[in-house]
Write a new protein. Structure first.
Length: 441
């Protein structure tokens, strides 16, 4: 491997072994009311953030300003004759803290429509990239290219009062949300549809227009996009995309810089890529089993084989939830209403009947239930959006609603630069031995 690499590998193996010993013997010992195990294992369960827009309850699932997903499906405005809530209404709820009227939602739709024009240089920047560039890379670069339009950055450079930070943050957030569907659709059509683009339709709502620009005109698909954008919008402040947007924004980086950072986090396999991994896993199962709709017995055997091979079942388990994700249930209800005979959807449902019991039996997960990713890909495939790599871009467009509403609140409340304390393993060892009375970092 080379001298430096070899040396690093040896040192890292030694320290990793030492840390495993520390966690085994002293993991429950507390440092400033935090367990040593939490310091090393991703700060799981450490309450250290405020996010006004939503709260994730382990038992009841995600609540947006106190409202559950079933309540939002009932109470948020819809298009005339529509069955799914408009994401504009959820954004209003997260930003204002009150349920919107139909007039409120129409105002936001009209506002985003007026603000949706993207400067030509942004498209030119994307066009310079190889067409095979991952869609999330193109999406992040496109957001960064739009940063030239940041009113916050320009106002800060001129010199503004701290009391006015929220104003310019709000303007950037509204502009960015308005433009993201156009940017995402451009990337999709460039990469997968021979660079043939579709102009926006000003008569459509935000999600319906996104579906139109992608090239999907079925009313059912537009309804799916309204549901998808709503249920993927936010998941409280501790997930990677929300936390990263908040963290970078706390440095007074403008919303374009902060949101682009959040999208780079969303692109990680442990965050936003699970939706495509679910479909890949099902495709591999179908191929091994000879195609068609596998029986529950066949699915059980394949699930056990996957686990025996040291792999996970994608779409199952959650860091916080201890029940079936309400976002999974919302998508299942949509599927039962619109595509109950779809083979892939029925496989998803059969997997749902099989996997939790096996995971509970084997003790493989604290939460053996499906999360939102376990269902979303099957719905997209049904309507012809089969380009798995693009799924995380859809997720990113939706997530903008929550993280940018939160960013507006961060600046309105004057939340400070985020700067948690970190320690070294040497410090932890001294702490365990009680040698830190006169210790200074």
């Amino acid at each position: 491997m080379g001298y430096l690499k070899d040396t690093f590998y040896k040192k890292s193996e030694e320290l990793a072994a030492e840390i495993r010993g520390i966690l085994k013997e002293y993991g429950d010992k507390q440092v400033d009311k935090v367990h040593i195990s939490q310091i090393y294992q991703g700060m799981r369960g450490v309450t250290g953030l405020v996010s006004e827009t939503s709260l994730l309850d382990p038992i009841n699932g995600i609540r947006f300003r106190g409202y559950s997903i079933p309540e939002l499906k009932e109470k948020l405005p819809k298009i005339p004759g529509g069955s799914e809530p408009l994401p504009e209404g959820l954004f209003y709820l997260m930003l204002i803290g009150e349920l919107p009227t139909e007039e409120d939602v129409q105002h936001i739709s009209n506002t985003w429509g007026r603000r949706s024009q993207i400067p030509r240089h942004v498209f030119n920047t994307i066009d310079k990239l190889p067409v095979e560039t991952h869609p999330m890379t193109q999406f992040s670069i496109g957001i960064m290219a739009m940063q030239t339009e940041s009113v916050f950055a320009k106002a800060y450079a001129r010199g503004i009062s701290k009391q006015d930070y929220w104003d310019y943050t709000y303007e950037d957030a509204m502009n960015l949300i308005a433009r993201l569907p156009r940017l995402a659709a451009y990337i999709y059509r460039r990469k997968y549809k021979n660079n043939t683009h579709i102009e926006p339709d000003p008569g459509l709502d935000w999600a319906g227009n996104f579906a139109h620009m992608l090239g999907f005109e079925e009313e059912d698909f537009k309804a799916l996009m309204r549901l998808y954008m709503t249920i993927h919008a936010d998941h409280e402040g501790g997930n990677v995309s929300a936390h990263t947007t908040h963290l970078v924004g706390s440095a007074l980086s403008d919303p374009y810089l902060a949101f682009a950072a959040g999208m780079n986090g969303l692109a990680g396999p442990l965050h936003g890529l699970a939706n495509q991994e679910v479909i890949k896993w099902i495709d591999q199962m179908r191929e091994e089993l000879g195609g068609g709709l596998p029986s529950k017995d066949e699915i059980e055997k394949y699930v056990r084989k996957t686990l025996d091979d040291g792999k996970v079942i994608p779409g199952y388990g959650h860091a916080v939830l201890r029940k079936t994700d309400p976002r999974f249930t919302a998508q299942m209800e949509f599927a039962k209403a619109h595509l109950p005979n779809d083979e892939l959807v029925n496989i998803v449902w059969r997997v749902y009947e099989v996997v939790p019991g096996i995971l509970k039996e084997l003790g493989k997960a604290k939460n053996p239930w499906p999360n939102v990713d376990a269902h979303s890909g099957s719905l997209l495939v049904h309507y012809g959006l089969i380009e798995y790599e693009f799924y995380t871009v859809l997720f990113g467009v939706a997530r903008s609603l929550g993280v940018l509403a939160s960013l507006c609140w961060d600046r309105a409340l004057g939340l400070p630069l985020e700067r948690p304390k970190s320690v070294t393993t040497q410090w932890v060892k001294k702490f365990i031995k009680g040698e830190l009375e006169n210790y200074e970092d």
